[in-house]
Design a protein around this ligand. Sequence first.
Ligand code: CP
Ligand code: NVA
Length: 298
Amino acid sequence: MNFLNIDDLTREQLEDVLTRAVDLKERTARGKTADAMAGRTLAMIFEKPSTRTRVSFETGATQLGGHAIFLGPDDIHLGHGEPVKDTARALSGYVDVIMARVYDHEDVVELGEYATVPVVNGLTDDAHPCQTLADLLTIREHFGGFEDATVAWVGDGNNVCQSFVLGAAVVGLDLVVATPEGYGVDDAILDRAAELGTAPETTTDPEAAVAGTDVVYTDVWVSMGEESERETKLAAFEGAGFQVTEELLGDRLLMHCLPAHRGEEITDAALESDGAIVWEQAENRLHAQKGLLTHLLS
Ligand code: CP
Ligand code: NVA
């Protein structure tokens, strides 16, 4: 199976990934490795930069006894000189899993169609399901489950938010999404969330969104690939009061997928505040993805 969107996993499969993640996290804490990837190789395709995704996948493969190969934009022919479908079939002859971070979501779909090994979405312009796995693990660690937590998304309604919306619907997590006018979650994602369970409440008012919630989650205003829209987006988000400050945060927990752009979507004080659980979230990328890899290879 492929993991291109968070709802490629049923609730039961998602629970299995999280259970595996918890177990593997405990093993790592005890200094133990695992062997689920012994003799197996993960190919990691990156069209965009990455700190967390690259290092957590590569380290995860090592901790599972396997090997990972980093394939940056200048390392392979993908997209320039070789069609996606050919890369998919060639890599399938060598490796056991392909992880890809690309711009166009259709490219991971095509990789998934033509590869004969599992393909994992490491972020596209539309989705970041690996991030959602770590987010759900982090929320579960803090609240003991999903029933007692309410999350407010404050920021752009693109990739990270869209996967979180679907993940919340799969596990039944209460979510309110605040985005500026014109930067909301795609209607198709909201429809899909309703189909899976519940579509989040949506608003353009960040203060109204955070009222009564336990967690505030934000992401950058200008995503990778949107550099030409920088001025327009900064004006839209800043003008609509979307910066997460200590005042807006109050005594809530703060989540951020990172990297953070201090002075834009978040203030330094909010990010460095006691409520920030962003480093746990970042570490959980490693454990959640080990859970995912063992699930996909089992
Ligand atoms: N959150 C996340 O995916 O970070 P990177 O871009 O550093 O991989
Ligand atoms: N929305 C951000 C997430 C980075 C992990 C981006 O796409 O750049």
